[in-house]
Ligand binder design. Structure first.
Ligand SMILES: *[C@@H]1O[C@H](CO)[C@@H](O)[C@H](O)[C@H]1NC(C)=O
Ligand SMILES: *[C@@H]1O[C@H](CO)[C@@H](O)[C@H](O)[C@H]1NC(C)=O
Ligand SMILES: *[C@@H]1O[C@H](CO)[C@@H](O)[C@H](O)[C@H]1NC(C)=O
Ligand SMILES: *[C@@H]1O[C@H](CO)[C@@H](O)[C@H](O)[C@H]1NC(C)=O
Ligand SMILES: *[C@@H]1O[C@H](CO)[C@@H](O)[C@H](O)[C@H]1NC(C)=O
Ligand SMILES: *[C@@H]1O[C@H](CO)[C@@H](O)[C@H](O)[C@H]1NC(C)=O
Ligand SMILES: *[C@@H]1O[C@H](CO)[C@@H](O)[C@H](O)[C@H]1NC(C)=O
Ligand SMILES: *[C@@H]1O[C@H](CO)[C@@H](O)[C@H](O)[C@H]1NC(C)=O
Ligand SMILES: *[C@@H]1O[C@H](CO)[C@@H](O)[C@H](O)[C@H]1NC(C)=O
Length: 659
């Protein structure tokens, strides 16, 4: 939002610049002249402002003979543009008052001029009217065009001592007209109003005495291309002179309206400034929109999550600040562990112990997984699932808050070092009863995920390190980073698309079907069950991932030899009910059946572990993995379930599909 004012300012600046270009006409108006107007004017030596008027030639008590003078507007006018091939049109209206002074006759006159030079030429008094001198007269050097109001007949061609003429680089007019027929006597000491118009082609002059406004009848209208005599920018103003005879040449009022043909010097900065402004605007907008869309994304993401989490048991949305305080700013002393998707810290919030998973920004658990986890477990409620208390999504930080599990994860109790014969962190040995409670708990959790909740959920990463133990060693299934809910339309597949999971826990068909299914979760559970009952040495990864070297293969060998209970963890010291352990191990093998169709459903698993059912019959030899897997109905005797239970077992198995 902070960028918005910048954008607005830039827009405003552009509007101002653009409009200033549009309004850049050359306009000014003096209804009279005061001393303070001097700064807007350029007056020659001896010209002065006196009695509300400019006296272009002086009004001195001494000698005012043979004096030229000029009075110009302070700024130059862009008359034409070579680049644009345009000539400006202009209108100017002025009131002059010429009166006889200390002289038997009047002389010499006054002119409205457009000139390259504002300085009065030397020796331009007398007949030259301050326009040219003997050297520049008639030459292109003069670079001056004027409309003369001549009060003296200086040479033969002039009609009289009261005329108007158009002068180009000369005081000899190319066209002239006596004012006698227009009710005007220039030197009578009265106000004479004159209008000079130029439309780019014709110069037209109207003259009237003070009582008349403007005659519709021009005194002069002469076609003239000013651009061929004058530079592109010119001074506009007046010149006047006295000679052997003198007069007072007064300008009493003046207004000027000139068109704009584009001022180069102004345009230069405009062409520099506008691109900068536009660039700035684009950048500003870019930044603004990016921030906005980022913010929108976050907000939309949050809204999405919040929309998904509707139940009354919905997890709370935490502030990052709260979680920092709870975990001592993610102090490494509070570190509980490092999982696949981030680091878990212990924290205390409202006097309750919590576990905060700080999802690593680098991890594969992007928003997708985050939302999966929050929306999945957010709506789940089962005593054997790790409870998600809350979540936080701030500053692109993803955090999940769980109930704290004092006994940590199951793997620490199950995997042991052969040399020391101890658990990973010198954990106490788990009794058979505890182990049974654990595997029952996990089975119930998975049954709930697969069959018990609104949408079927595949955990996809069932393994010892994802089983948490509370203070009473109740198992709680956690880490739903890979979990996927199966939407109704996907249900026929019972699957999700990507392969994900942990080597050793993945069913053999996973690699062929490239997707997780209910049966692949059951397979992972089977491996977990066998690990819990048998205990696991810390094998190396390649060994774990090798299907033939897996715990399943190893156990099947014990089973073939008819002494499956020998495989039970030596740490148990055979302190268990033989029948229970045997049943559990056979169940584990059934769950790890290479043919997914033969794996029991989690509901069946729960019933067997509760002693409500006998374990399924499992072939003595480990069946080889055949793909595509053949459903039980079409199996050959090798694969079929032996014994009287076969039919009922099959119907139980079919629960896998038909929930
Ligand atoms: C012009 O003005 C100067 C003083 O600025 C003065 O000395 C000079 O006499 C004037 N010239 C005329 C012709 O009045
Ligand atoms: C000059 O005046 C005439 C008539 O008043 C008008 O039509 C024209 O637009 C004016 N031109 C300029 C440049 O002001
Ligand atoms: C006429 O004026 C020009 C400058 O405008 C100057 O160079 C030249 O000497 C003047 N001629 C005379 C005769 O003074
Ligand atoms: C001044 O120039 C004009 C041409 O514009 C020429 O006809 C005239 O004779 C010249 N006058 C003098 C005195 O040189
Ligand atoms: C102004 O001119 C009109 C004719 O255009 C004339 O009738 C009138 O007398 C003149 N006024 C003066 C003061 O010269
Ligand atoms: C104009 O007025 C002056 C001064 O009043 C006078 O000398 C001159 O004769 C008049 N000219 C005409 C043509 O009326
Ligand atoms: C014209 O100028 C003279 C001399 O400055 C002045 O006496 C006269 O009143 C002026 N005319 C008008 C109409 O102001
Ligand atoms: C210029 O003036 C001449 C003669 O006065 C006239 O014939 C012509 O139409 C005018 N041209 C324009 C463009 O006003
Ligand atoms: C001005 O008067 C002087 C003598 O006083 C004379 O030499 C000169 O020729 C006159 N100038 C004009 C243009 O009449």
């Amino acid at each position: 939002m902070a960028t918005l004012p910048i954008v607005e300012l830039l827009l405003l600046a552009i509007i101002i610049v653009v409009s200033s270009i549009k309004v850049q006409c050359f306009d000014f108006k003096f209804s009279d002249f005061q001393e303070e107007n001097r700064k807007d004017l350029s007056l020659s030596k001896n010209s002065s402002i006196f009695r509300d008027a400019i006296q272009i030639t002086p009004n001195l008590n001494g000698d005012i003979k043979n004096t030229p003078g000029r009075a110009f507007y302070g700024k130059k006018f862009k008359l034409w543009s070579k680049k644009k091939g345009k000539i400006a049109s202009f209108n100017t209206t002025f009131v002059i008052n010429i009166s006889q002074k200390d002289s038997p006759e009047v002389g010499e006159g006054l002119a409205f001029v457009l000139s390259a030079d504002s300085n009065v030429p030397q020796e331009s008094f007398g007949q030259w009217l301050g326009i040219v001198n003997a050297t520049t007269n008639g030459t292109s050097r003069a670079r001056i065009v004027g409309v003369e109001f001549d009060t003296r007949k200086s040479y033969e061609e002039e009609p009289d001592g009261n005329h108007v003429g158009l002068d180009i680089n000369s005081c000899y007019s190319i066209e002239q007209q006596s004012l006698s027929g227009y009710g005007v006597n220039l030197s009578m000491g009265v106000d004479v109003r004159a209008v000079v118009q130029y439309d780019g082609k014709n110069m037209t002059v109207f003259v009237s005495n003070g009582s008349e406004t403007q005659s519709s009848n021009p005194v002069l209208s002469v076609p003239v291309d000013l651009s061929s005599f004058l530079p592109e920018t010119v001074h506009v103003g007046f010149s006047a002179s006295t000679g052997n005879f003198t007069e007072l040449n007064c300008l009493r009022a003046w207004e000027f309206h000139g068109d704009d043909v584009g001022d180069d010097s102004n345009l230069l900065w405009v062409w520099i400034v506008i691109p900068i402004l536009v660039l700035g605007l684009i950048l500003g907008l870019g930044i603004y929109w990016r921030r906005r869309s980022k913010k929108d994304d976050l907000e939309r993401g949050s809204a999405n999550i919040e929309a998904h989490i509707k139940s009354s048991t919905a997890p709370r949305r935490f502030k990052l600040r709260e979680l920092k305080r709870a975990t001592g700013n993610f102090n490494h002393k509070n570190k509980l562990g490092k999982g696949g998707f981030g680091t878990v810290y212990k924290g205390v919030w409202k006097e309750k112990e919590i576990a905060v998973k700080r999802v690593s920004k680098k991890s594969h658990q992007g928003n997708q997984e985050f939302i999966a986890e929050v929306t999945t477990i957010g709506n789940l409620n089962h005593k054997n699932l790790v409870k998600l208390i809350g979540w936080c999504y701030e500053n692109r930080e993803l955090l999940l808050v769980y109930e704290y599990m004092p006994n940590g994860s199951l793997d620490k109790f199950i995997f042991y070092d052969e040399k020391t014969g101890k658990g990973e962190s010198n954990q106490p040995n788990l009794s058979w009863e505890t182990r049974l409670i654990i595997i029952q708990g996990v089975a119930e959790a998975l049954d709930y995920l697969h069959n018990g909740c609104e949408k079927r959920v595949l955990h996809r990463d069932v393994k010892c390190s994802n089983i948490m133990l509370d203070s009473e060693f109740n198992a709680k299934l956690g880490d739903f980073g890979l979990a996927r809910t199966i939407q109704q339309r996907e249900k026929t597949h019972h699957s999700t698309i990507e392969i994900a999971g942990t080597p050793g826990y993945m069913a053999p068909e996973t690699f062929l079907i490239s997707r997780a299914t209910v049966e692949t979760d059951v397979y992972s559970y089977g491996v977990l069950l066998l690990e819990v009952v048998c205990g696991r040495k810390l094998g190396n990864q390649s060994e774990l991932s090798n299907y033939n070297n897996s715990i399943v293969n190893w156990l099947w060998e014990y089973y073939s030899k008819g002494r499956i209970t020998d495989a039970a963890d030596s740490n148990l010291d055979r302190d268990f009910a033989e029948k229970e352990v045997e049943s559990a191990l056979i169940l584990g093998l059934a769950c790890c059946h290479p043919n997914p169709h033969f794996r029991p459903s989690m509901k069946t698993v729960s019933a067997i572990l509760a002693g409500e059912m006998d374990p399924p019959q499992v072939p003595l030899e480990r069946p080889s993995f055949v793909w595509p897997a053949v459903p039980p109905v079409f199996t050959q005797s090798d694969y079929s379930l032996t014994g009287s239970q076969s039919q009922s077992q099959f119907s139980t198995f079919s629960e896998v599909d038909g929930r």
